[in-house]
Design a protein. Structure first.
Lengths: 117, 176
């Protein structure tokens, strides 16, 4: 349930630390949704502060609903930076991914990280 | 589908219920309802919260260690699907649950047995001391009078029986 203007912690090693959402497809973004992000903090790596990149939201504090009715939530809002084509910019992930990333669309992202339950 | 156990109160979580919390270090906590979730957020220790199974087992109020609990232990080895195995497992579940319930009830009865005698004594004392809460004092007085007349009757009956006995004994002695 992240709207425009929300801050996301970037959990890959692309160099960015914090990103602010500047565009979502449906008004609010949840786990597994792609958003456009303006990088507010960066340290080293391929990305610098002020750039606009695509990202996929990985964890949200707001409960994510699964089709079987189960809900799960995290302690923080995180995202992974993507290139324009949709491939992850970093090559390591620091965090957990939900089953939302089991789809073939996120094959590259899920290969970087550890799967949730 | 899998029935999970609530992290806080140890009750089963059915599909569609409760919430799962994923911590930053990737540990997951499942809760059956917001009551447990909120207690967790308050950083309460389930072993000290009296209505949870964790407390009850620790305090010896419920059967904690038994062979019947082995069935519910989580096994991370996936079994190849076999229809016969499933049939057997279902039967085993029913049977083992039966046994477990029986053992738990026996445990409870044993625990409560010592208390029963104390409870009876306490009830008796309460009845004697607090009878005024149940019956009005006026009726208590009339009750006492009734009790006295009953006792008198009892004594009279006993005396009569004694007399009859003596007479019978006398008659026997005479016959001899």
């Amino acid at each position: 349930m992240l709207p425009k203007g929300a801050f996301l912690k970037i959990i890959d090693n692309s160099g960015a630390r914090l990103g602010q959402i500047i565009w979502t497809r449906f008004g609010t973004a949840g786990a597994g949704n792609v958003v456009k992000v303006a990088i507010k903090e960066a340290k080293g790596g391929k990305v610098t502060k002020g750039q606009m990149k695509k990202a996929v939201v990985v964890e949200t504090k707001y409960p994510t609903r699964r089709p079987n009715g189960a809900h799960y939530q995290s302690l923080r809002n995180t995202a992974v930076l993507l290139s324009d084509k949709g491939n992850p910019l970093g090559n390591r992930l620091r965090g957990m991914l939900g089953l939302e990333f089991a789809r073939p669309r996120w094959k590259r992202v899920s290969m970087l990280g550890k799967r949730l339950f | 589908m899998r029935l999970e156990k609530c992290w806080f109160c140890s009750s089963t979580i059915y599909p569609g219920h409760g919430i799962t919390f994923v911590r930053n270090d990737a540990t997951t906590f499942k809760f059956c309802r917001s009551k447990c979730h909120k207690n967790f957020k308050m950083k309460r220790n389930p072993r000290k919260v009296r209505w949870t199974k964790a407390y009850r087992k620790l305090a010896g109020k419920e059967l904690a260690e038994d062979a019947t609990f082995e069935m519910e232990r989580r096994r991370n080895r996936p079994e190849k699907y076999d229809r016969d195995l499933v049939k057997k497992t279902v039967k085993a579940i029913e049977r083992i649950s039966e046994i477990r319930v029986r053992r738990q009830e026996r445990f409870y009865e044993k625990r409560m047995a010592k208390v029963k005698g104390q409870q009876v004594a306490r009830d008796k004392q309460q009845l004697e001391q607090e009878i005024h809460l149940v019956k009005a004092p006026a009726s208590l007085v009339s009750d006492k009078a009734q009790q006295k007349s009953k006792e008198k009757l009892k004594v009279a009956v006993e005396a009569k029986q004694q007399k009859q006995k003596q007479q019978a004994q006398g008659a026997d002695a005479m016959q001899e």
